[in-house]
Design a protein. Sequence first.
Lengths: 307, 256
Amino acid sequence: MITAARLGKRYGDKVAVDDLSFEVRPGTVTGFLGPNGAGKSTTMRLMLDLDRGTGETRFDGRRFETIRHPMREIGAVLEAKAFHPTRTARNHLRMLAAGSGIPATRVDEVLEFVGIAEVARRKPKGFSLGMAQRLGLAQALLGDPATLILDEPANGLDPHGIHWLRDVLRALAAEGRTIFVSSHLLSEMSLMADELVVVGRGRMIYNGGVDGFVRSFTQSTVLVRTPSVSMLVDALRAVPGISVSAEGADGVRVSGASSATVGDVAFAAGVRVHELSTTTASLETAFMTATGAAEEYVAQAPAGGGE
Amino acid sequence: MTDALRFEWVRLRTLRSTYWLIGSALLLNAVIAVLIAWLEPDDPGRDLMVAAVTGGGANLPVPMAVVFLAVLGVLASGHEYRYGTIQPTLTSVPRRLRLFSAKLLVVGATGLVVTFLSIVVNVGVTRFFWSSLPLADPTVAGYLLLGGLWSVLGVALGQLLRGVPGALVVLLVTPMIVEQLIFRLSYAPALDWLLPAVKFLPFTAGLQLVSAAGEASGGLASEVGLFSRWPSGVVFAVFVAVTVVGAGVLFRRRDA
């Protein structure tokens, strides 16, 4: 169980993390989602006492600084390639094991577990990003910790690797561990996570289940095709709360009403309908809607754009 | 603290550059010793003998082999930032001052051992030319101290500047260019107000530890305005201590 309370961090005038409080429960995978620059990594660094800021994080009720061997309780990977390029994967882990009083035999176990045992004695400078991520996970699991904090662990993994990572994280969660994983891709998170903490510009946007997030940030629209577009539009405009836009020559896109309502309105107005269908916005759209206004670096379109 | 020391010891042992640096230091010193002995096989003065054992003594702007030990120290702390390993390191050894102390201790001790080994090797290689060596000379003890201090200074600078390049620049440019310049400029009549400061130039002062006759840059220490061996050693040691304390305080306070 991780309890983060009122985390805050500013660099000069710029607020990187703004009064973030959340809980990460054991037994589930909690995704930490936000666009690039939203403050995810800074939050994780604050949690691990790497950065000096405000607020407090407790791991099973204890503050990081009071834990004698954090590696045995919290496995953390914040950067994909946090190793010396010419120190072998095995030696890298042996070094960390030595500092935490973890037996050296555990090193080979975790390397085996993440599937890079055959390159254990190789220098990691030639590792692909995927192999580096696996070494990172091995490092996080070294102390058999009850809590895992991983920053973008799926970055650089191929679809097979992402699938594997998801299975591993789910299996670890099923063992009762607390797992906190960041990503800037909702599609990745929707595969891996049960719970979500969504941030934008250092602020909390959403905290709850993945389904709930999708539901509250996806707006369903109804597409109607009819030979009498103008009649239908006039009829729909008369209903409060409904907005209408044209979709091709014979189509109308309706938001703010269910397909049943739209069908009833059309029937009452005596309009013939050729098609009536509901469209639910994709996960990515939901994410963009949720974080759009909080985007840190907007490329071209102005902030707040849905599509 | 034991865990931190074990961490640091494994860190040092599992890096190929450790062996390169130590090997280079030993080899370079041996070559200097052989050259001196070869050029002066008969009846060398005490100064020459001492210089041969201490890798050239105070005749060079920086004691060559000792620079390699300082680099060893710079890598100990600087690599953590160069390769982003500071995060896993601090998860393994969370107490920052404990980690920093372990680095200072392990690298400092390694520096002392290597310096000692170098003296032994140099005695060995000069045996073919000379029959006896003044090993009890205070210069030899000064050399050991210098080796230890430079190693520790390397760790502190790498930590203070959080990286390798900056620390190397400070380590090489300060003694070879900045201090040399100030030292020489102080002879100019218009700049004679620099003279009192010269004895406090840290690296120049440190070099007096291996100066055979309390001699510095062509003249006796008192004539060129320097302290003699041990007071100069204290100046350098204080400089190293201040750097260590500064690095430790900032390490504790700053974002990792």
